[in-house]
Ligand binder design. Structure first.
Ligand SMILES: [Zn+2]
Length: 524
C-alpha cells in the first residue's frame, strides 16, 4: 500500500437529522392519477445452453492500471491520481508509482477508474422485453408484462432475458446485479435464470421470487406461501455465499401478501440463511398497507432486509427502517417514468438516516443503465428543489450531489446486498470489480469535476474497460463474448408474444449482434 501518497478526499455527507418539512416538496403520497454443489459456468443443469463465448482473460491475470484518476469510493483512500494493481481476481494495491514487472500495464491517463456499479433491484427476465413501454403506467405495465406475457416465458426465455440484461449491464459498467426474479414459473425457470448469470460473467445476487403464472394471485393480498423450490435452489445450486452468484429471497411482505404469509415467508428465508428484499410503498396501495410499520410491530424488521421503492412509505416508517439497520433501493428512473408508483424517496431516506442504493427495476420501461438512474434521481431532486411555486429553499432537508450518487450506485449497493466485504469500492483485498471511463471523450472533457462529469454526461460508450473479480468482460470499449444475444433476444421476444396470442413488435433489420470486435483502435 502506498497510502502515504494518497490524498484524502472529503465528500459531503448529507445529515442524518430527522425529517424536516421541505418547502415546495410534493406530498409523500403518489401521484393521484394513479455447498452442496453449485453450477459451474457453462454447465447447464436442465436447460440447453446456446451461449456464447466466455469472457476472455483468466481471472488470475496481473493487471496494472497506471496514471488514472481513481475514485476509490473508500473513505480512507479517497480520490487520487495513480495506479491500481489487480492480481488473482483481487485489488492488491493502490497508490502512485506502483511497479510490477509481471503485470500487463494499462495506460490509465485521461481515464477515471471507479468501482463497478451495483444495481440492487432488476427484474432481469425482462431483458428481451426491453423498451416496450416507455409511457406505461404501473397498472399498464402489470397488465402487459406480468399478467399477459409473464405466464408464457419458457425457461429458455428467462435465460435469454437474463443474458440480455447482463450483457447491457456489463457494457455500462454494472458489475453486480441483484436479479429480483419474479418469474419462478417452474424449477427449470430458476435453473435457467441462474445459469445465465454464471455464463454472462456478471456478479449476481439471484433473488428467488414468485411465479408470473396466475400473477394476480401472487400479489396484492395474496394468501399463497413463497414457492418451496427456494429450498432446492439453496441446497443444490447456491449454497456458497462467497461465490460470484449467490442467493437472496425476494419476498412479497405484508404489502403484497398478508401479515401471516409474510411472517412465514420471512421465517423460511431466515431459516435458509438468506437476505431478504421486498417491494414496499407502491403507490396508493402501499400508502394504505404501511408494510414497514407492520414489520416493525411484529419484530421482523432487520438488517438483512432491503426495502425497494418506499415511495409512499411514511417518514416515520423510513425512520423505523433506519433504526433496524435495513437498507433501501431507489429505482429513480422507473419511479419518475412510470406513473402510479410514487416519487423517488431518496431525500426522505437521507433525512431518515439512510444512504440508499439505486436500481433499474424493469428494462421493459426504462434503460438498464445506472448512469440514467443517477441522472433521474438528481433530476427529481432538482425538480423538487424548484418546487411547484419555484421555491429553491429546501430548509434542513438533506440533498445529494454527484459524488453521493456514485456512492449510492456502488458501495451502498454492496452494503444493501451484504457483499461490501468483497466489492463496492477500490480497496485492496476486495475483488477487482471495476470500470475505467475515458474522460477525454467529447461528452466528458475537460472533466473539471470527475463525479459530476460521470453523473451528468456518462454513458456506456465512455466505459472502456470492465472487470468482474479481475476477469475482463469489456476491453477497448468492446463487450467481450455476447455476440449471439441480440439474435436470441429478438427470437425469444417474438416467441413470447406469439405464445401470448399477440403480434410481436417489429424489429429493425440488422439487429444481430452487440460488441463488434476490432471496431476500436485501442486495446487494453
Ligand atoms: Zn421491482
Amino acid at each position: 500500500m502506498h497510502s502515504a501518497k494518497l490524498s484524502y478526499s472529503t465528500s459531503r455527507r448529507p445529515g442524518t437529522a430527522p425529517a424536516a418539512s421541505w418547502a415546495g416538496a410534493p406530498s409523500a403520497r403518489p401521484c393521484s392519477n394513479t455447498s452442496p454443489t453449485q453450477l459451474p459456468p457453462s454447465e447447464p443443469r436442465r436447460e440447453r445452453v446456446i451461449f456464447v463465448s466466455s469472457p476472455t482473460d483468466a481471472p488470475n491475470e496481473r493487471v496494472l492500471i497506471r496514471g488514472a484518476h481513481v475514485l476509490t469510493g473508500d473513505d480512507r483512500l479517497g480520490d487520487f491520481a495513480g495506479d491500481v494493481l489487480v492480481s488473482d481476481g483481487k485489488i492488491v494495491d493502490v497508490g502512485t508509482g506502483l511497479v510490477d514487472e509481471r503485470a500487463r500495464v494499462i495506460d490509465g491517463i485521461g481515464h477515471a477508474v471507479l468501482p463497478g456499479f451495483i444495481d440492487t433491484h432488476r427484474h432481469a427476465w425482462q431483458g428481451a422485453l426491453r423498451s416496450l413501454g416507455p409511457t406505461w403506467t404501473y397498472p399498464e405495465y402489470r397488465e402487459h408484462v406480468q399478467i399477459r406475457l409473464g405466464p408464457h416465458l419458457t425457461p429458455d426465455d428467462v435465460r435469454i432475458g437474463n443474458l440480455a440484461a447482463d450483457a447491457m449491464s456489463l457494457d455500462a459498467g454494472v458489475t453486480t446485479v441483484r436479479d429480483e426474479s419474479h418469474i419462478m414459473n417452474s424449477p427449470a425457470h430458476a435453473d435457467a435464470a441462474i445459469q445465465a448469470h454464471w455464463d454472462s460473467g456478471i456478479r449476481a445476487v439471484f433473488a428467488h421470487g414468485w411465479p408470473s403464472t396466475e400473477a394476480e394471485s401472487w400479489q396484492f393480498g395474496s394468501d399463497r406461501l413463497h414457492p418451496e423450490d427456494i429450498r432446492r435452489v439453496r441446497e443444490d445450486l447456491l449454497a456458497d455465499d462467497s461465490a460470484r452468484v449467490t442467493l437472496n429471497a425476494m419476498l412479497r411482505g405484508p404489502e403484497l401478501s398478508t401479515a401471516d404469509i409474510a411472517a412465514r415467508d420471512i421465517a423460511l428465508a431466515r431459516d435458509l440463511g438468506l437476505r431478504i428484499s421486498m417491494h414496499v410503498g407502491l403507490g396508493d396501495w402501499g400508502a394504505e398497507q404501511h408494510a414497514i410499520a407492520q414489520l416493525a410491530e411484529s419484530g421482523a424488521l432487520g438488517p438483512d432486509m432491503t426495502f425497494i421503492h418506499c415511495c409512499t412509505s411514511t417518514d416515520e416508517e423510513l425512520r423505523m427502517l433506519a433504526g433496524s439497520g435495513a437498507s433501501a433501493s431507489v429505482a429513480a428512473a422507473l419511479e419518475v417514468f412510470m406513473p402510479g408508483l410514487g416519487q423517488p424517496a431518496t431525500n426522505r431516506l437521507l433525512a431518515a438516516g439512510i444512504r440508499p442504493s439505486l436500481s433499474v427495476d424493469v428494462e421493459s420501461a426504462v434503460s438498464g443503465d445506472m448512469f440514467g438512474v443517477m441522472r433521474a434521481a438528481l433530476a427529481y431532486q432538482q425538480l423538487v428543489r424548484a418546487g411547484a411555486g419555484g421555491a429553491m429553499d429546501v430548509g434542513d432537508t438533506p440533498t445529494f450531489d454527484a459524488r453521493d450518487l456514485i456512492g449510492f450506485a456502488t458501495i451502498e449497493g454492496a452494503r444493501a446486498c451484504g457483499i461490501d466485504d468483497r466489492t463496492g469500492s477500490i480497496t485492496p483485498g476486495k475483488d477487482a470489480d471495476l470500470m475505467m471511463v475515458r474522460l477525454r471523450d467529447p461528452n466528458l472533457l475537460p472533466a473539471s469535476d470527475v463525479p459530476a462529469a460521470i453523473v451528468t454526461g456518462g454513458h456506456a460508450g465512455n466505459v472502456v474497460l470492465v472487470m468482474v473479480a479481475g476477469r475482463t468482460v469489456k476491453a477497448g470499449g468492446v463487450l467481450i463474448g455476447h455476440e449471439s444475444i441480440a439474435e436470441e433476444a429478438a427470437r425469444s421476444r417474438d416467441r413470447i408474444y406469439r405464445a401470448a396470442g399477440l403480434s410481436a413488435p417489429s424489429r429493425p433489420a440488422g439487429v444481430s449482434a452487440v460488441g463488434s470486435p476490432a471496431s476500436h483502435e485501442e486495446t487494453f
